[in-house]
Structures are given as structure tokens and as C-alpha cells.
Design a binder for this molecule. Structure first.
Ligand SMILES: Cc1cc2nc3c(=O)[nH]c(=O)nc-3n(C[C@H](O)[C@H](O)[C@H](O)COP(=O)(O)OP(=O)(O)OC[C@H]3O[C@@H](n4cnc5c(N)ncnc54)[C@H](O)[C@@H]3O)c2cc1C
Length: 389
């Protein structure tokens, strides 16, 4: 696929894109199907990605990261997801949902203590907002944190936590003042493996199967007051700000999945024959490919634009919620559109596990669900545009 970019890439951007592409195609693509089948966590490749700086691309070097910008992050994540979206999920949680939040809202001590390990890939980070009875509507969460002198006692059950089974540390959201609903949520940095930290059931999944996902249960878990992220009651604001950053990553993930499915489909349409001609010569197939390509390029523009908006916010402090939501909404629906068409173009072989097409199709679906469903993105976009609730 050719990329006629409107966005000028610096030499540094080209370098990270090429480095990520080489690594992803040589080291991740060949193992992706096996890890998808077994559902094992890919420790080895994640460790290597950490050594290459991919686990904290935007994190300043003083905190163990690569010290690059948001566009560099998006370009690298897109390449990783072209090879395997599950590796991309793990990468995106470490970068956006864990490191970004602590860098933005944490104390100097918290940054030194918790960001360094995750940004360098030596530790795995996670983000715990969702609960069995509370997804899109976070204000209904039941987890409670009660202050007792110099520590808090945490009780509750979190569900669908990406990297939950393997995380060393995670940002956890819990109610400190339940009667205030979403204004009563507080964020905490939690270390795994301490008394009262219990791994719950592993979530069996349709796609991104190599990214471990589980429930995490807290029963009388004690954490020092220094591990509170921000002030009491800041949790909802922190959760939503962090999701803005996360959504830029999910847009890049969706873009990568769609590109992989399109590239394979274009090649297949030029090889496979039916009724004495290449299937790409049938208008029914060529129009599909034209639509796939056009939507991918539109996704790219929205996604890179969101990356630039996020980068700009580092100096202006302006939110980039609208850009992030539009990029995530459009790219994720494009990934579904493109992978659906890719299965159809490959037909029987698209349905076969001998090719990665069916995996792209399964993996694409999650991008419409996590970090805010498509319905929630539409709600966010409409509210920001109109000011209506
Ligand atoms: C593989 C995977 C990994 C995940 N990783 C994490 C993670 O690391 N950390 C974490 O905290 N969470 C994680 N999640 C949870 C994810 O963010 C939630 O599943 C998602 O936010 C939706 O919540 P829900 O599943 O409870 O759906 P619900 O909120 O119950 O929604 C059900 C349906 O109702 C619709 N709906 C809800 N409210 C509205 C509304 N106001 N208007 C219109 N429609 C609406 C939704 O769009 C959806 O279609 C993960 C989920 C999955 C599947």
C-alpha cells in the first residue's frame, strides 16, 4: 500500500516507522497465529519491544521512555498492529492508559517509582475502570476505597482488565464518596501481588487473544495515601483524560488492522482467478477494494490529526477529546468494514485459519468496543459539538 501522506514526517518519524515495521514483520507476524490460538501472553516479544523503547514512546527519557512525540507513537503502534493487534493492545495500555495518566497527574515520586519500569518494558502496567455491573456508565461503579489514617482500604471487583493476569502495577478507580456518583471516584496506583489482591477469572475472548484479560478482585487491599493519583474525587476526570489519549492509540490500532487486511486482499485479488480472469477484474471486487482504500486513508488522516492534536496539547493544555473520539470512531468502523470485505474477497480462504484474514476480522471488533464503544464516541462528539447533554 502506498501512503501519500499529507502529514510531513520527520526523519525521526520515518526511522521509528521503519524500525517498528521491520521488527513487527520479522518478529511478531511469524508468531501471531500461534499466540492467537494458544492465548498465551507473548512475554518474549513484549520484553524486546520494551528494550526498543516501544512501551513508553512518549515518556521522557528521565522516566525510562523513548522521549518521542505522539505521531511517533501512532506510527509505531500502527506497524505493530499490522502484524498482530494483540501485541498492539499490550503496547497501547502500557503507553497510554498507564504511563500517560501517571505522567499527567502523578507526583514526581510516583513518576520515578512507577513509570520507569513500565515505560522501559521491564514491568507491565494496566488500567482498571470497568466492573461487571459498570462499563460505559463508570459513575455506577461499586468498588470502594475508605481512608484509614495514612492508608486506604480497597474492596471491589474489576472486570475485563487488559494485562490483568500479568500486570505488576495498575491504575485503579474506586468510589471514595459513592453518593456523589462520578464525582466521588478517586484513582489509585496499585501494586500487584500484595495481600488482598486476587486474580479473578480469565476472560475468554473472540480476538486479541494473546493479550491477557481478567478480573481483578480487591479484598481489604491496603495502599498508602501516597499512592492516590490526584486528589479525592478527581478519578472520573483522570479516567476520561487518559481515555482521550488511549483512543488515539486505538484509532492507530484499527488503522493497522485495516491496512493488513487491505494489503492481503489487494494481493489476493491480483492472483486468484475465477471464470477465466483475476477476481480483481470483477467490478464487484474492485469497487470493494476502492472503498477499503478510501476509508483507510480517511482513517489515517483522522488518526494522525488526533496525534498532532494530542501533541499540541502538551504545550497549550487544550483537550483533544473531539479529535480522539472522531479518529477512534471512524477508524474502528473502517477496520470492521475492511476486514469484513477482506474475508469476503478471500471467501473460503478468508474463513480459514491457514491465513490471518479471519484473525484480522476477529481482532477488528474490539476496536469498536473498548475505551468507549462507538455509541459512546458518538455521544461525546455530539455533546462537544452542541453543548447538549
Ligand atoms: C477485550 C477487552 C479488553 C478490555 N480492557 C479493559 C481495560 O484494560 N480496562 C478497563 O477498565 N476496561 C476494559 N475493557 C472494558 C471495556 O472498556 C468495556 O467493555 C466498554 O467500555 C463497554 O462497557 P460494557 O461492556 O459494560 O458495555 P455497556 O456499557 O453495558 O454497554 C452495552 C451496550 O449499550 C450501549 N450503551 C451504553 N450506554 C449508552 C448510551 N448512553 N447511549 C447509547 N448506547 C449506550 C453500548 O454502546 C453497548 O452497545 C475491555 C473490554 C474488552 C472486551
Amino acid at each position: 500500500m502506498t501512503n501519500n501522506l499529507l502529514f510531513p514526517l520527520t526523519e525521526e518519524h520515518e526511522m521509528i516507522r521503519q524500525t517498528a515495521r521491520d521488527f513487527a514483520q520479522n518478529e511478531i507476524a511469524p508468531i501471531a497465529a500461534d499466540y492467537d490460538e494458544s492465548g498465551e501472553f507473548p512475554f518474549e516479544t513484549i520484553k524486546k519491544m520494551g528494550e526498543m523503547g516501544f512501551m513508553g514512546i512518549e515518556v521522557p527519557e528521565e522516566y525510562g521512555g523513548a522521549g518521542m512525540d505522539t505521531l511517533a507513537y501512532v506510527l509505531a503502534l500502527e506497524e505493530v498492529c499490522k502484524a498482530d493487534a494483540a501485541h498492539g493492545t499490550i503496547m497501547s495500555v502500557n503507553n497510554s492508559l498507564f504511563c500517560f495518566g501517571i505522567l499527567k497527574f502523578g507526583t514526581e515520586e510516583q513518576k520515578q517509582k512507577y513509570v520507569r519500569g513500565v515505560a522501559s518494558g521491564k514491568a507491565i502496567g494496566a488500567y482498571s475502570l470497568t466492573e461487571p455491573m459498570s462499563g460505559s456508565d463508570a459513575g455506577t461503579m461499586r468498588s470502594r476505597a475508605v481512608r484509614d489514617g495514612d492508608h486506604y482500604v480497597l474492596n471491589g471487583r474489576k472486570s475485563w482488565i487488559t494485562s490483568g493476569p500479568v500486570a505488576d502495577t495498575m491504575v485503579v478507580f474506586a468510589m471514595t464518596e459513592p453518593e456523589k456518583k462520578h464525582r466521588g471516584i478517586t484513582a489509585f496506583i496499585v501494586e500487584a501481588g500484595k495481600p488482598g489482591y486476587i486474580l479473578g477469572k480469565k476472560e475468554p475472548k473472540l480476538g486479541i487473544r494473546a493479550s491477557a484479560t481478567s478480573e481483578v478482585v480487591f479484598e481489604g487491599y491496603q495502599l498508602p495515601v501516597e499512592n492516590r493519583l490526584g486528589e479525592e474525587g478527581d478519578g472520573f476526570k483522570i479516567a476520561m483524560t487518559v481515555l482521550d489519549a488511549g483512543r488515539v492509540g486505538i484509532a492507530a490500532q484499527a488503522l493497522g488492522i485495516a491496512e493488513a487486511a487491505y494489503d492481503a486482499s489487494l494481493a489476493y485479488a491480483g492472483e486468484r482467478e475465477a471464470f477465466g480472469q483475476k477476481i480483481g477484474e470483477f467490478q464487484g471486487i474492485s469497487f470493494k477494494l476502492a472503498d477499503m482504500k478510501t476509508r483507510i486513508e480517511a482513517s489515517r488522516l483522522l488518526t494522525y490529526n488526533a496525534a498532532l492534536a494530542k501533541e499540541r496539547s502538551k504545550t497549550t493544555g487544550e483537550r483533544f477529546t473531539l479529535e480522539a473520539s472522531m479518529a477512534k470512531l471512524f477508524s474502528s468502523e473502517t477496520a470492521m468494514f475492511v476486514t469484513h470485505a477482506a474475508v469476503q474477497i478471500h471467501a473460503g480462504m478468508g474463513y480459514s485459519k491457514e491465513l490471518p484474514i479471519e484473525r484480522y476480522f476477529r481482532d477488528a471488533k474490539i476496536t469498536e468496543i473498548y475505551e468507549g464503544t462507538s455509541e459512546i464516541q458518538r455521544l461525546v462528539i455530539f455533546r462537544l459539538e452542541t453543548g447538549l447533554k
